[in-house]
Design a protein around this ligand. Structure first.
Ligand code: ADP
Ligand code: TRP
Length: 332
């Protein structure tokens, strides 16, 4: 994909740290695919493996997570013809620019970061990488003349730090000429749905209440059958809007069936077991084709290598040009 055109640039990164669930899909991943298809932005999506190093300390786990994340992205429909898909560590300029930013940012500024303050309050062992996390993220974003960064609410402060860093650099080094960095805006992804987990709380890895995005049939079945309900009998009238099963139907069951199921809930014409059986079918229909695509990509590791190689080369070209400008401005 060529980045030399008049479109705005959008970038986002995801850390390769674990198995995604359908909450991640509807809350975040699906929106990258929607944005790619809108065709208004140059979209860059990268695997934030350098960021993941702050917590993943095992080489095989890192390789496996990275491989799985790229498969997940291809499976859900990110198209390498439309999106630059790359691995952060394939572009050394991210770490290099981070160092430059380290040298123009003060400790007190960084100590105001929420993530650092939270970790400190919990007495966690904080490594220097964790402390520096926001400046690596600023480098990720600023290297590509990014206009917009779609992220969750929890990343808002990181975008503020990226803008502050751009301004500090421009003020220090670009007084009499063009600013090197533009200030990016965040696009806070609306919490379209806080997808509930099998226990009705927000679906989250940490609550062990997930339905995996790419489970086996048996894993999907186990998760769906474990959804917590009240103890109404099949013939009793039920409120679909208070039912954890129905909340998931809303995401994956086709609209015509959804209306029928709703009617059956309010007339006392469906039991929870049947509702779960239908939900399981809907999940298989919705995610089954993506799972097949994932399996096809998994059979073809050369294609994955090629996608990362092409994406990495495209990203490297833009990032290297920016880094050359930075070095010239700072006298390296
Ligand atoms: P987890 O809570 O399982 O650890 P993450 O914090 O890694 O998930 O979330 C990754 C992305 O998925 C974030 O952008 C977040 O907003 C989204 N997300 C996670 N869980 C849900 C959910 N239950 N509903 C909607 N979006 C979610
Ligand atoms: N910090 C982000 C998260 O935890 C991941 C990330 C790293 C990122 N670099 C980025 C997101 C640059 C957007 C842009 O989700």
């Amino acid at each position: 994909m060529s980045i030399i055109n008049s479109k705005k640039t959008l970038i986002s990164g995801v850390k390769p740290t674990g198995t995604p669930h359908i909450g991640n899909y509807f809350g975040a991943m699906k929106q990258f695919v929607d944005m790619q298809n809108e065709d208004v932005y140059n979209v860059l999506i990268f695997i934030a493996d350098l960021h993941a190093l702050t917590s993943v300390k095992n080489a095989n786990e890192m390789r496996e997570n990275t491989h799985n994340l790229i498969l997940d992205y291809l499976a859900i429909g990110l198209d390498p013809e439309k999106v630059t898909l790359f691995r952060q560590s394939d572009v050394p300029a991210h770490a290099e620019l981070c160092w430059v930013f380290n040298c123009i940012t003060t400790m007190p500024e960084m100590m105001r970061a929420h993530a650092f303050k939270d970790a400190e309050a919990k007495n966690k062992d904080i490594n220097v990488g964790m402390f520096d996390y926001p400046l690596l993220m600023a480098a990720d974003i600023l290297l590509y003349n990014t206009d917009i960064v779609p992220v969750g609410q929890d990343q808002k402060q990181h975008l503020e730090i990226a803008r502050d860093t751009a301004r500090t650099f421009n003020n220090l080094y670009c007084k009499n000429n063009e600013p090197t960095f533009i200030e990016p805006a965040e696009l806070i992804m609306p919490d379209v749905a806080t997808v509930p987990g099998t226990d009705g709380q927000k679906m989250s890895k940490s609550y062990k209440n997930i339905i995996p995005l790419f489970g086996t049939d048996a894993e999907w079945e186990k998760a769906v059958m474990s959804i917590v309900t009240d103890s109404k009998t099949p013939g009793e009238i039920k409120n679909p809007d208070e039912c954890n099963i129905f909340a998931l139907h809303k995401l994956v069951t086709p609209p015509e069936h959804l209306t029928e199921i709703r009617n059956r809930y309010i007339t006392g014409g469906i039991g929870y077991k049947e509702s779960k059986d239908i939900l399981l079918e809907s999940i298989k229909n919705y995610f089954g084709p993506m799972r097949e695509r994932r399996e096809a990509f998994a059979q073809n590791p050369e294609a994955i290598t090629q996608i990362l190689k092409t994406g990495g080369a495209a990203a490297l070209k833009i990032a290297t040009a920016k880094m050359t400008e930075v070095k010239q401005k700072i006298g390296l």
